[in-house]
Design a protein around this ligand. Structure first.
Ligand code: ATP
Length: 645
């Protein structure tokens, strides 16, 4: 009851919630003095209900197209073309400065060409261009920012929608942390790329082209010298930097993954950690992985600290050479002073794009590998998919047939072999048997969490693989062994499978399963918040809520994986009474861990080693003196509190 007490006291807002939550508004935790203001504000808020949101198990033609950055950004041509024009304009405007300087020197400052007007006009134009470039850059950042936000929004929805289609097997095999990182770091990498990376690449690349063209147009000899002396050195250093930083990037990526994995395991397992006094050892472990991550960061820092100053040094060397060669050309009257100064200015500007391009290369690589990983995820087909010609399963009576069903999670390791079972409409069947025998697995085939490797599962004589998943699952309800509750109110949790349920229906479900007492105890009644995963409720309360949810969804067939946690006698009686009401007139598969539950079923099926060992009414099986009778005898001998296995 300690947890139940926590529930009552735990984090619900004041009594003022009621009026607001009646409107279906999310008011968890707003202080009562702000309630009136908040209510007024929310009353004027438009409701952002997507008008045409549909979900189909089979992806649309657009969703089946291979993921590529070009396709993603191609959906927004206005931003794309606008951004490209801005990039070109920026590259040109930015490079006009040195040319203007050259003009101002040659035509306004050198002896024989003194002209204050030229100098002032050039200065004014310089200023205007500087302002224009600032304006253009602001516009470009704005456009690419908008483009990136839209593209990432589409991508997030697309990946999430795909995850909704995937089958249970996928989520069992794939680590949740890995999937989270697809949705976070991979999408962020792409965001970075679309927002900054691509435009930077374009601006810097174009800048280099523009500068090279201007240099050669100004003086071919000097331009050739510059390119010959500077570019090879820069190239060699850049290749080294690129390789070293890629190594560093891979290292940091792997090591931060270890840090996150260690962190999430420690957080999820905090109860076990504390109970086993593992804190010291955990800290030591974490120091180890964090230390490795630090080393990787130090390495990349060292690489950058070598590359940056080296390129600066090459630049200075280049300027020295330029001074000597260019100075001679000036003395020989082959080059004007203005042009020499412009050369200097351009040479400086030639370096920063290279440095930036090399540094941005990692972002490009990251973006590319992110897109490959996301593409892989989007191309994973659901193992349980809908047939192209799937029909809608109409209201069923609830007859379930397992016909020569064999199955293995890993096809090479069969878990079920040749299971044959007929469950009549309205009949409740209890599966009993040792742990790992395959009881839950048989049940998971009835609502197509998995498909049999051979044989068929039929409902009312219809192969479940020929009907739409939506129509099948709306008639086959499941109450899992560990009921999952979502952060939200008791009301939203109960109405999960039937969002249009009326208050009266919700209240009735609460009465039927015997949750009235709990609900009445809570300050906000059915609008009380259930914390994430129902941590503030007791195990029995969670189970009753899950039963109420199933009752409200009113499926024709119910699969109930009974929790192994031993409830106290009183809770057990409440749960069992609730069960009796819920199973009335429904076909049901009960995976029974307590023989008291099994005894309530119309028929008991004993499962062992992936097959059905015996089946019959409780009294038939007891009379037959087989496996069930043995189980029953040992249960009685242990005082009737032992599990069925
Ligand atoms: P329990 O009474 O403990 O719930 P059960 O009879 O319901 O047991 P199942 O959960 O059906 O047993 O498991 C049958 C076998 O399949 C077990 O050997 C188990 O290890 C294996 N198994 C269960 N789920 C998976 C999975 N997702 N992937 C691979 N093997 C699995």
């Amino acid at each position: 009851m300690a947890w139940g007490g926590g529930f009552v006291g735990g984090g619900f807002g004041g009594g003022g919630h009621r009026s607001a939550t009646d409107n279906g508004l999310p008011f968890g935790g707003i202080p009562s003095e702000l309630m009136d203001e908040a209510t007024k504000l929310l009353a004027t808020e438009p409701v952002h209900e997507p008008a045409n949101l549909t979900f189909t198990q089979r992806p649309s033609a657009g969703e089946r197209q291979q993921l590529s950055l070009a396709r993603l950004v191609g959906r927004y041509p206005r931003y794309l073309y606008g951004g490209s024009l801005l990039v070109i304009a920026i590259s040109l405007v930015l490079q006009a400065g040195p040319k203007l300087t050259e003009y101002a020197i040659n035509n306004g400052m050198v002896p024989g060409h003194h002209s204050l007007t030229v100098v002032v006009v050039c200065g004014a134009i310089y200023l205007v261009l500087a302002l224009a470039s600032a304006f253009l850059q602001r516009a470009q950042v704005d456009v690419t920012g908008r483009l990136a936000s839209r593209v990432m929004h589409d991508l997030r929805i697309r990946v999430f929608t795909h995850l909704q289609r995937l089958s249970l097997g996928f989520f069992t095999e794939e680590k949740a942390g890995v999937l989270m990182s697809r949705m976070t770091s991979d999408i962020e990498n792409l965001q970075q790329l679309v927002q900054d990376g691509i435009s930077q690449f374009a601006v810097q690349g174009l800048t280099m082209v523009v500068i090279t063209v201007i240099l050669f147009a100004t003086n071919v000899a000097l331009a050739t010298w510059t390119v010959l002396l500077v570019v090879p050195l820069l190239f060699v250093f850049s290749i080294w930097f690129h390789q070293a930083s890629e190594r560093g990037y891979l290292r940091t990526r792997d090591r931060i993954a270890n840090v996150l994995a260690d962190l999430s395991e420690s957080l999820y397992g905090i109860r076990v950690v504390t109970a086993n006094n593992r804190q010291r050892r955990n800290i030591r472990n974490h120091r180890h992985v964090v230390g490795a991550y630090r080393d990787a960061n130090l390495y990349t820092g060292r690489v950058s600290s070598i590359y940056g100053p080296s390129t600066v040094m090459i630049g200075i060397l280049g300027q020295g050479l330029l001074l000597a060669i260019g100075g001679r050309l000036v003395l020989e009257h082959q080059l004007t002073i203005g042009a020499l100064i412009a050369f200097f200015l351009y040479l400086n500007r030639f370096f920063s794009p290279i440095q930036l391009l090399v540094q941005q290369y990692n972002a490009l690589q990251q973006g590319r590998s992110s897109i490959t990983r996301l593409r892989g995820l989007l191309e994973t087909a659901p193992s349980v998919d809908e047939d192209e010609h799937a029909t809608t399963l109409g209201p069923v009576e609830g007859r379930i047939t397992f016909e020569h069903v064999s199955f293995g999670y890993d096809p090479d390791r069969p878990v079920l072999t040749d299971v044959n079972l007929e469950i009549a409409a309205g009949e409740s069947i209890a599966f009993v048997g040792p742990t790992g025998a395959g009881k839950s697995t048989i049940a998971k085939l009835a609502n197509r969490f998995y498909d049999p490797t051979s044989g068929r599962v039929l409902i009312d004589g219809v192969d479940v693989r020929t009907v739409t998943l939506h129509s099948l699952r709306s008639q086959v309800g499941v109450v899992p062994q560990e009921p999952f509750l979502f952060a939200g109110s008791i009301r939203t949790n109960l109405a999960f499978g039937r969002p249009d349920a009326t208050d009266a229906q919700i209240e009735r479900a609460i009465d039927v399963v015997g949750l009235r007492e709990l609900v009445d105890r809570l300050p906000d009644g059915i609008d009380a918040e259930v914390h994430e995963r129902g941590q503030t409720l007791s195990a029995g309360e969670r189970q009753l809520l899950a039963l109420a949810r199933a009752f409200l969804a009113a499926p024709r067939i119910l699969i109930l994986d009974e929790a192994t946690s031993s409830l106290d006698l009183q809770s057990e009686t409440i749960v069992e009474r609730a069960l009796d009401r819920i199973l009335e007139g429904r076909s049901a598969i009960l995976i029974a861990h307590r023989l008291t539950t099994a005894q309530r079923a119309d028929r008991i099926v004993v499962v062992d080693h992936g097959g059905i060992v015996e089946s019959g009414t409780p009294s038939e099986l007891l009379a037959a003196g087989g496996a069930y009778a043995t189980m029953y005898a040992s249960w009685l001998a242990s005082g009737g509190r032992d599990a069925s296995r």
